[in-house]
Write a protein that binds this ligand. Structure first.
Ligand code: FE2
Length: 214
């Protein structure tokens, strides 16, 4: 009885055997990347993004950066197609896929919008929640960086950088994703992330949230 219980509890930490990439070398080689935090990516509908942008437009001044919380009624408007319903479903998929069993409770704790223009940084940070996410509502046109930056989080200005563990030889410790409208990333709230200030035109508008999961 005790052994069965322990096995079930440990299962959520069991990694995947999936091949991350293969090398064409001689000999060829499969590479496995079984450890570390899992980042989920899915897409939200155009209708939802449009709704969130119109809500945010009413709370911002064109051309000026801002950061503000979204009200519960803005998050729940639209019933099954609302932000709250869509994100909760995505969070359930994340937890069930990662932990091999459905969560008992998934609840959006707080939701906020970050509107940025060229030159504004989002310093590396983590969230207070166990599970968090970010959804892109608007993306700027980013001027390519002629001067290659070599500090850890700054290689891809305007992208989201996730970092873990510092430099460890033969291990990967950072990744950058280009913001795409409608892309939703779900990740552990303790995972360090940030965005370097970009050069370019237009608004970078993202929606972030913290979730309670039990
Ligand atoms: Fe964040």
């Amino acid at each position: 009885m005790d052994i069965v219980e322990k096995t079930r509890r440990l299962k959520k930490y069991e990694a995947s055997e999936a091949v991350a990439f293969s090398s064409e070398g001689s000999p060829g080689m499969d590479f496995l990347s079984p450890f570390g935090p899992l980042i989920g990516r899915t897409r939200m509908s155009v209708g939802l993004i449009d709704h969130l942008n119109s809500v945010s437009d009413a709370l911002t001044t064109p051309g000026q950066g801002a950061e503000f919380e979204l009200s519960e009624s803005d998050c729940s408007r639209g019933g099954e197609d609302s932000l709250q319903s869509c994100v909760t479903r995505a969070l359930r998929t994340y937890v069930e896929s990662v932990e091999h069993e459905p969560p008992g409770l998934v609840q959006l704790d707080n939701v906020w919008v970050v509107s940025q223009f060229a030159g504004t940084p989002s310093p590396v940070h983590f969230h207070s929640a166990e599970l968090s996410g970010v959804l892109y509502l608007k993306v700027p046109t980013i001027s390519s960086n002629a001067d290659e930056r070599n500090y850890i989080s700054g290689r891809q200005a305007g992208y989201i950088n996730f970092l873990i563990g510092g430099k460890q030889r033969f291990a990967r410790s950072l990744i950058s994703f280009k913001p795409v409208i409608g892309d939703l990333y779900i990740f552990p709230g303790w995972l360090l992330h940030g965005a370097e200030p970009f050069r370019g035109t237009g608004e970078r508008r993202s929606l972030a949230f913290n979730a309670r999961v039990e």
